[in-house]
Design a binder for this molecule. Structure first.
Ligand code: TRP
Length: 382
């Protein structure tokens, strides 16, 4: 089966525009919704249904049932995720990383975390290698602050760890043609040739531990769905190269506080960065778009619309962990009992509390970053 048949692009690894129709993406990309079978596996292995799955933030997958079946049979997988260090990290980036940490803890499996400094240098005209380097260090603090188990985690920065990836990347590159790459990523004749090669670098970690251990090792990628183009491409060549196809579990995007679309670093007032001060948070949340009515009277009379409201989405996807409380918020919003101003205050308080804790972890990360960096001698499969 050929999975590279997507033609219309509203979501690519480099841009997510407009209101995202996730059902359409599932059809276009050919992924599967998380069904009862998957939920049953989660219950069996983790004793619960994780928040992000329950709230449908991680909502579709490829071969997750296969990964679980292998795990059941005693064949451990590893997790692979990554970050392109093009700017500061915002809360939207953190969500998939927290889920990745959860999976690492519950399944006790290694994590390979790729930092694609090369990708961001190649893709962003305005970024020099020096800019990307300083962003890389800055972003590493966020990654480490998530709390991954350093004994089971390797962070591979492309420009530093390329030696480990290169042999795999050229094998991948050799089996993919320019016309395939153009169709998958929407590249054109004016795309620089670094970008043309880059997808083989992002694909390589899917096979790295197989190479290092000298046997096929299942790989599970938790990531936002915009990265899927890479995985379709990788899956198409995997078996031919003697590897398992990498499996995925895909998340949605945390919406921006302003208009529709995912939280974006190009609109700083609509994203909450991990380094934001309490004043920044309160100001940004105060100015957020909501699903509310223009006046208090109308809100009381007609109620708000939580289904288009970023303030509600923040609660749903991260800040209100208690299902009962979330349901109360939803009801009170719909009935007009809860005003947007009140709701914003409540959310801002939760975000500030979260960031205070995260920022202290981020400070401490400065002392331990080194321990996480990729080292081929360090054994992460225990
Ligand atoms: N391309 C991703 C970005 O721009 C970074 C990345 C590399 C990644 N490997 C990954 C993301 C694996 C998720 C999973 O941020």
């Amino acid at each position: 089966m050929h999975e590279n048949s997507m033609k219309s692009y509203n979501v690519t690894p480099w841009s997510v525009e407009g209101e995202v129709d996730y059902d359409k993406l599932v059809r276009q990309f050919g992924t599967k919704y998380i069904d009862d079978n998957i939920l049953e596996y989660f219950r069996k292995f983790t004793g619960e249904i994780n928040f992000f799955v329950r709230r449908n933030f991680f909502f579709c997958h490829r071969d997750l049932d296969w990964i679980f079946k292998k795990y059941e049979e005693g064949e451990k997988f590893y997790l692979y995720t990554g970050r392109g260090p093009s700017g500061k990290v915002h809360i939207g980036h953190l969500l998939p990383w927290f889920f990745t940490k959860y999976l690492q803890d519950k399944f006790s499996v290694p994590l390979l975390f790729q930092v694609t400094d090369d990708e961001k240098f190649l893709y962003r005209d305005e970024l020099s290698l020096l800019n990307v380097e300083s962003m890389t260090y800055d972003n590493l603090l966020d990654i480490v602050a998530v709390g991954f188990d350093h004994e089971k985690t390797q962070i591979l920065i492309d420009t530093k760890g390329i030696k480990e990836l290169y042999r795999i990347a050229i094998k991948i590159a050799k089996s993919i043609t320019l016309s395939t790459i153009k169709a998958v990523f929407g590249f054109t004749d004016s795309t620089n040739i670094g970008m043309i090669f880059f997808p083989s670098i992002q694909a390589a970690p899917c096979f790295l531990y197989s190479e290092m251990l000298g046997k096929r090792v299942p790989c599970l990628i938790p990531a936002a769905i915009d990265q899927d183009n890479f995985w379709r491409m990788t899956r198409d060549v995997a078996e031919k190269l003697g590897y398992y196809k990498p499996a995925q579990i895909h998340s949605k995007f945390l919406p921006a506080l302003g208009k529709e679309g995912k939280m974006s670093s190009s609109l700083p007032e609509t994203a909450i960065y991990t380094t934001d001060s309490p004043e920044d948070v309160r100001r940004k949340v105060k100015n957020a778009f909501t699903g509310g009515q223009p006046t208090v009277e109308e809100q009381r009379k007609r109620g708000g619309n939580p289904y288009i409201c970023p303030v509600y989405f923040y609660e749903q996807y991260f800040f209100e962990k208690d299902d009962k409380k979330l349901e109360e918020i939803r009801q009170d919003c719909l009935s007009g009992k809860l005003l947007c101003g009140e709701h914003k205050n409540g959310l801002a308080t939760k975000i500030v509390a979260f960031l205070t804790d995260f920022q202290s972890k981020r400070e401490k990360a400065k002392n331990v970053v080194e321990k996480y960096l990729f080292d081929p001698q360090r054994k992460v499969f225990l």
